[in-house]
Design a protein around this ligand. Sequence first.
Ligand code: AMP
Ligand code: GLY
Length: 431
Amino acid sequence: MNNKQINVLILGSGGREHALAWKIAQSPLLNKLYCAPGNPGSATCATNLPVDISCFEDIKQLVLHHNMDMVVVGPEDPLVSGIVDFFASDPELSRCFVVGPTQLAAQLEGSKEFAKAFMQRHSIPTASYASFSTSQVEEAVAYLTHVKAPYVLKADGLAAGKGVVILSDIKAAKQEVRNILGGKFGSAGNRIVIEEFLEGIELSLFFLTDGKSYQILPQAKDYKRIGDGDTGLNTGGMGAVSPVPFADDLFLKKVEESIIRPTVAGLASEKIDYKGFVFVGLMNCKGDPYVIEYNVRLGDPETEVLMPRIQSDLLALLVALSNGNLSREKLTIAPDYALTVVMASGGYPQAFKKEYPIEGLNITEEGAIVFQAGTKYLNDTIVTSGGRVLAVTAKHPDLAGAIDKAYRLLHSIEFKDAYYRKDVGQDLLSL
Ligand code: AMP
Ligand code: GLY
């Protein structure tokens, strides 16, 4: 791709896609930016186009009609369903580059068994495991008696982030193995992966790869549980912070040497085509990194703290990615902290009401951005339309300042029954 004026399409409709749109909109290389389907937040920096992103034929029509040069895929589903292969196999789409892995490479997220076997082949540190199919229920149950509690049970396929169950009681674990292989998560549970439990602190690491080289993006910590102090149900993520103070230079060096390099080399040696973002869920076990999972996309709400810290032109980086020149790029990251607090609909992650008007979205303070996630227009008013509604984001030279600023902004925004965690970033203050 030439460094001409580029037309870009972002697929998705959450806070991650608003954050990507916000960042790409700042690029001098950009001609026109589109988001499909987007939300009222992305509409402030891109043109939203209504489309069902699971329908690749419809996306093709948009790409041809608007002369798109590049597609950035937000969520995993289109990648796991093969959108990159769809574009590659259609001559009419050959001039449009899709940021993301091929369907085979997307199995790193789409199949836990595929990811574990890949890591084993390339000596990438991860929890030891065994995997079983639906015809091996009794073997899977028996296996539990050979391993120590807590029992980490994972449906092999995509299960909307709900496919991991951790239990201390062996009786409950045996029953859960039967439930998963019996169809609790549908076809995602046609195989089960049973893993060793890793003790430590989690963090998310991101990099871009063109299959030969890589550029490391900022790390982030995600607050996954609904309640303060990491209690209650799992969610898509209730807040995020970047950088992560416990990820010091020594730890990050270990991550690069033992995880990033062998991952990229492993993809290359197996001729698995991957030009896109890699999100590695890591456990810091007494100073050593272990991979919990790969995702083949950026995280949400992690992207909302990554984008404000990337000083370089992200679009220039993605153009270099398309040309296989990623190693020539210089990526600059701001030393500041970015922190985001998710404002959710009361009741989330269970049932919640929608269509409440949102007040106070017009914030113009330097270093403050309200990324919209579950919002829509109802007549001329922006209303709630999803579980995670807003990601209220602040940038500040220090963590305490970022916390204060994000919560001060959040307190100026209102919608009925809004819920948010009060402790995002607090656990990192003493580190
Ligand atoms: P995943 O969907 O693979 O990210 O797993 C969801 C969550 O389960 C992770 O974010 C971890 O908190 C936890 N988890 C997954 N695998 C393990 C493991 N082997 N040991 C400890 N916790 C784990
Ligand atoms: N925040 C976790 C994820 O995007 O999967």
